[in-house]
Design a protein around this ligand. Structure first.
Ligand SMILES: [Mn+2]
Length: 352
């Protein structure tokens, strides 16, 4: 955690004199404190974490490598921050994120101080996962694998999507998941053709494709996994779609290594689907970064020229969605290494 604050200072030292961290996930990343507050990082003084009374005790206990300052509940925190910046004669201040409302307030209150949105600077650090972070994500993947075990046992004709979600979530919770990084997607039959479906009261039929997209959290870190099942016996067409999506998934993962462009990986998957006539049914990007949040940079899209770096963790999730018929998605969370990719997920690929 200390190293992360040092890395942040190094990355802004030539351009800025102060940096403000406002996003709770970023505060957790830099201090280990999971509540809300504002972290003021400067080049020559110890970072200060401003928190309210409600968060004070927890912050004092958890926040590392910074001083914890209490601000009065009735006072405006941004007033306190701008006073601090003025007293330090701050000139150029980077912020991880701000709203237009906040920006207008800041430039009015702190005349002579320039505020610059520097979201990318923090993401450049967060994208690169350490051994410790990867370990937590592997643990989250292990927990989620019990969700899939429960799903494959409970998916049967007559069960509702919500019943399946309940069993899946219960199984992951019992194995220690800290929560759900997103609402579980259990999408059967025509619902499976919607990439962002959610679990409903719809009953599952024997010939339904059932997309199960779930996640678990461990040590603050998420995992994101999708498998597709058929409640009864898979038909020839279902098998053909499934095997094509699986081939696109495997091929894309096979191209991942340090230095490959994000768009190249996305295009490899699309090429496999094109060969079988399914490309037009793949209506979203191939994947996204995962970490403290379930959707992070970098994005695996067909236009992103960014080169993947060793230590990036991202999903590969090709899908085919045929309106009125159904859909298949297969998703794993992958670690980029120097010469290859490592799949952090160990969940079988059984359709029926
Ligand atoms: Mn995903």
């Amino acid at each position: 955690v200390l190293l992360r604050l040092d890395s942040l200072k190094r990355s802004f030292s030539s351009k800025l004199d102060h940096f403000l961290i406002t996003d709770p996930k970023n505060i957790f990343y830099f201090t280990g404190f999971g509540g809300s507050g504002i972290l003021l990082v400067s080049l020559d003084e110890k970072p200060i974490l401003f928190v309210s009374e409600m968060e004070f005790n927890a912050a004092q206990e958890k926040a590392k490598d910074c001083q914890v300052f209490l601000f009065n509940r009735t006072a405006k925190i941004w007033n306190r921050i701008t006073e601090e910046l003025s007293s330090r004669k701050a000139r150029k201040v980077g912020i991880d994120d701000f709203s237009i409302t906040l920006y207008e307030y800041l430039i009015k209150k702190a005349k002579g101080t320039e505020f610059l949105l520097k979201t990318d600077l923090v993401w450049d650090l967060r994208k690169m996962k350490s051994e410790e972070e990867i370990g937590k994500m592997k643990q989250a993947a292990e927990i989620a694998s019990y969700g899939f075990k429960a799903a494959s046992e409970v998916i049967a004709p007559g069960r509702t999507e919500i019943e399946v979600a309940a069993e899946v979530e219960y199984a992951m919770r019992r194995k220690g998941s800290e929560g759900l990084p997103f609402d579980s997607i259990i999408a059967s039959g025509h619902n499976s053709a919607l990439p962002h479906a959610y679990a409903t009261n719809k009953k599952i039929n024997a010939d339904d494709l059932v997309v199960v997209d779930i996640g678990a959290t461990h040590g603050g870190y998420c995992i994101d996994i999708t498998r597709t099942f058929v409640a009864g016996k898979a038909t020839k067409r279902q098998k053909e779609i499934y095997n094509t999506v699986l081939e696109a998934h495997d091929t894309a993962i096979g191209t991942i290594r340090q230095g490959v462009k994000a768009m190249e990986v996305d295009c490899e998957a699309r090429l496999i689907l094109r060969k079988m006539g399914y490309e037009k049914y793949f209506i979203h990007n191939l994947g996204h970064g995962v970490g403290l949040e379930v959707h992070e940079p970098p994005r695996l899209t067909s236009i992103n020229r960014e080169k993947l770096q060793e230590g990036y963790v991202l999903t590969v999730e090709p899908g085919v969605y045929i309106s009125g018929y159904g859909g298949v998605r297969i998703e794993d969370t992958i670690l980029v290494k120097k010469n290859e990719a490592e799949n952090l997920v160990k969940v079988p690929y059984d359709l029926d």
